[in-house]
Design a protein around this ligand. Structure first.
Ligand code: BGC
Length: 328
C-alpha cells in the first residue's frame, strides 16, 4: 500500500468512526444528529374504487356516475364505473364478482336481492374489501348504505296516487323487477298507503326489467288484460316513460300516470301534462356521498351506517326548479 493509500484508508476509518460516534451520542439525545435519515415518502397511491351499477350506460345511473366522478376528482380517487349493458341478475353479479377478484380498495354496489348479492358482499368483506351499498340496501356485512328509503318512497307514491285519483281507481303497477329489494319495498309502500282506501284496487303487477321497451310491453299487457284500469304507476326510472308510450299506442291517454325519478323523458311528460307526478330520488347525491364515505373510511374515520338521501314529489307546477338527477 502506498503512503497516500494508507493515509486515505485511515481517513475513511476515522470518518466512519466519527459518524458512528455522533449517531450514538445523538441516539441518547445529547446532540442533534447532523446526518438525519432520509425522510421516507409515504406511498402516494390513489385509492381505487369500483362502482358496480345495475346497468351501464343507463340514464338513471349516469346521474350516479356523474356524482361519483365529481367526488372522485375532488378527493383524488381512481374511479372505475362498470355495469352490464343489459341487466340480468347473472350479468350483474358476475361483474360484482369480477370487481372483487380485482381487489380494489373499495366497492360501491346495490344489494338487489339477499339470495344473489348478500353472499358476494360478504365475500368482499371477508377479503378485506370494504363495500358500501347504494340505491338498494342489503342485509349483509356492508359498511354503510347510501340512498333512498325505498319503502318510505313507496308510501309517498301511494299517497300521491290517492291524491291523483280522489280515492277511486283500478291500478296497474309496473315494476323494475319482482325480485329486486328496492322494487319490492316500493310496491309494498304503495300497497300500504292505498290500503285504507277501499275505492282503490290494485288489478295488476307487471315487470319491466328496468328497460323502456320492457315497461311499454308491461303496460300494454295490463291495458289489454285489464281494460278497467284507470291509473298506472311505474316504480323504476323508465317505467312511467314506457307506460306513457303504451297509453298513447292504446289510445288511453286519459289514465292517471305516476312515476319515479326525473329523467329527461319523465320531465317532458310532466311538462306536457301526461304525468300526474313523480317521486324524485337523488342519484347524483348518492354517487357523491358514497365515494366520500368510502374515502373517509379508507382514511380511518368513522362513517355513518346509513345515509338517507331522501325523495320529493315533482308535479307539473314544480318544474321550474327541476335540474334532473337531484343535481345541485
Ligand atoms: C332505481 C334503480 C334502477 C333504475 C332503473 C331507479 O328508480 O332506483 O335501482 O336501476 O330505476 O331505471
Amino acid at each position: 500500500m502506498t503512503v497516500l493509500r494508507q493515509w486515505l484508508f485511515a481517513l475513511v476509518l476515522t470518518a466512519g468512526a466519527l459518524s458512528g460516534l455522533v449517531a450514538l451520542v445523538s441516539l441518547v439525545g445529547l446532540v442533534p444528529n447532523p446526518w438525519p435519515a432520509m425522510p421516507v415518502e409515504p406511498v402516494a397511491r390513489q385509492p381505487h374504487i369500483v362502482v358496480v351499477a345495475q346497468e351501464h350506460p343507463h340514464p338513471y345511473w349516469e346521474h350516479v356516475r356523474a356524482g361519483a366522478a365529481e367526488a372522485a376528482g375532488r378527493l383524488g380517487v381512481t374511479l372505475e364505473f362498470v355495469g352490464p349493458e343489459r341487466w340480468t341478475v347473472h350479468a350483474h353479479t358476475r361483474l360484482l364478482d369480477m370487481a372483487i377478484a380485482g381487489r380494489p380498495d373499495g366497492i360501491i354496489t346495490q344489494g338487489l336481492s339477499e339470495q344473489d348479492f348478500t353472499p358476494l358482499i360478504n365475500k368482499a368483506i371477508q377479503r378485506g374489501i370494504p363495500v358500501i351499498t347504494i340505491d338498494t340496501d342489503s342485509p349483509s356485512r356492508r359498511l354503510a348504505y347510501v340512498g333512498t328509503d325505498n319503502y318510505q318512497s313507496g308510501l309517498v307514491a301511494g299517497r300521491l296516487l290517492v291524491e291523483a285519483t280522489g280515492g277511486q281507481a283500478r291500478v296497474g303497477i309496473i315494476t323494475g323487477s319482482l325480485h329486486a329489494a328496492n322494487q319490492v319495498e316500493r310496491v309494498q309502500g304503495i300497497r300500504d298507503a292505498i290500503a285504507p282506501y277501499p275505492g282503490i284496487r290494485e288489478v295488476a303487477l307487471e315487470e319491466s326489467n328496468i328497460s323502456l321497451i320492457g315497461a311499454t310491453e308491461a303496460a300494454l299487457r295490463i291495458l289489454e288484460q285489464h281494460p278497467e284500469v284507470s291509473a298506472l304507476i311505474g316504480t323504476s326510472a323508465l317505467d312511467a316513460p314506457g307506460a306513457a308510450r303504451a297509453m298513447a299506442t292504446a289510445g288511453r291517454r286519459e289514465l292517471v300516470l305516476i312515476g319515479w325519478d326525473d329523467l329527461a323523458e319523465t320531465l317532458a311528460l310532466l311538462r306536457n301534462g301526461r304525468l300526474y307526478g313523480t317521486v324524485v330520488q337523488k342519484p347524483y347525491e348518492m354517487g357523491v356521498r358514497s365515494v366520500e364515505l368510502m374515502v373517509d373510511y379508507l382514511q380511518g374515520n368513522p362513517i355513518p351506517a346509513r345515509v338517507d338521501t331522501g325523495v320529493h314529489i315533482l308535479r307539473p307546477d314544480d318544474l321550474q326548479a327541476a335540474a334532473g338527477g337531484g343535481r345541485p
